[in-house]
Design a protein around this ligand. Structure first.
Ligand SMILES: [Fe+2]
Length: 246
């Protein structure tokens, strides 16, 4: 039985995990454009702001309602997040709402006594808006990726990175849609269930790092390269129990 409390908790856990990713991906997109693509950079900035607003709402709804295992997992924010945001803001001039990170660090776990009926409706509404905005972001990423592949536009982001962040957005929409239909999403078994998806993602992270290092940083190049290869092996070994994506 999928109760309203399960629905609320799983939706908010999912938002805390993915909305930050969506806003950071919007930031990556914005920072990767050159002045000739200032219109695309503005669109990416607008996405970043929309995801900040959604995350702010999710954090406020989740306070006192967050799953203990999610609270202790380090998947929402880490001790490095705030400083990384300040450095990213300093070097790019792109604003990042760090108050959100502070609020996330202060999130309290446990079961607050709330009006479940009212909260359910607010979460249904939040999920729906997140689906719409994330679908718009997926479409935006597709436009950028197709433009790059057709040599119509340039960005400092790799085509694979754009494809990669689009896959993550598609997964978010897929999981949110299931929740809206009250299909149980086992957040605890999330990583295990989707081993091949996330192993591939991790391999690509390592390869992005490899590609962004200076050619003189040979030791780091090797480390990143080896991580990439290790995750490639794990990806090949993993049996995809559920195929959300190709
Ligand atoms: Fe990623």
């Amino acid at each position: 039985m999928f109760s309203n409390e399960d629905f609320i908790r799983q939706s908010l856990d999912l938002h805390l995990f993915f909305l930050r990713i969506m806003k950071e991906h919007s930031f990556f997109l914005e920072g990767g454009f050159t002045p000739v693509c200032s219109n695309l950079a503005s669109q990416a900035d607008a996405f970043k702001k929309q995801f900040e607003d959604l995350l702010k709402e999710a954090v406020s709804l989740a306070d006192g309602f967050i799953s203990p295992d999610v609270a202790s997992s380090g998947e929402i924010v880490t001790e490095f997040t705030l400083n990384a945001e300040k450095a990213s803001e300093f070097f790019t001039g792109i604003t990042i709402d760090t108050s959100l990170t502070t609020a996330e660090l202060a999130l309290t776990k446990g079961m607050q006594q709330l009006n479940t009926q009212m909260l359910t409706q607010r979460v249904v509404d939040l999920n729906q808006r997140a689906i719409t905005i994330t679908q718009d972001l997926i479409n935006f990423k597709t436009i950028v990726l197709n433009g790059v592949l057709a040599c119509r536009l340039f960005t400092f982001n790799y085509p694979l990175l754009i494809d990669h962040i689009r896959r993550e957005a598609i997964l978010f929409v897929t999981l949110l849609t299931r929740l809206q239909q009250r299909v149980m999403v086992d957040i605890a078994g999330f990583a295990v269930e989707q081993e091949s998806f996330w192993n591939r993602i991790m391999a690509e992270h390592a390869k992005f790092i490899r590609g962004l290092l200076d050619p003189t940083e040979e030791a780091l190049f090797e480390i990143a390269n080896n991580f990439g290869k290790e995750f490639d092996v794990l990806t090949a070994r993993a049996i995809p129990r559920r195929l959300y994506l190709k």
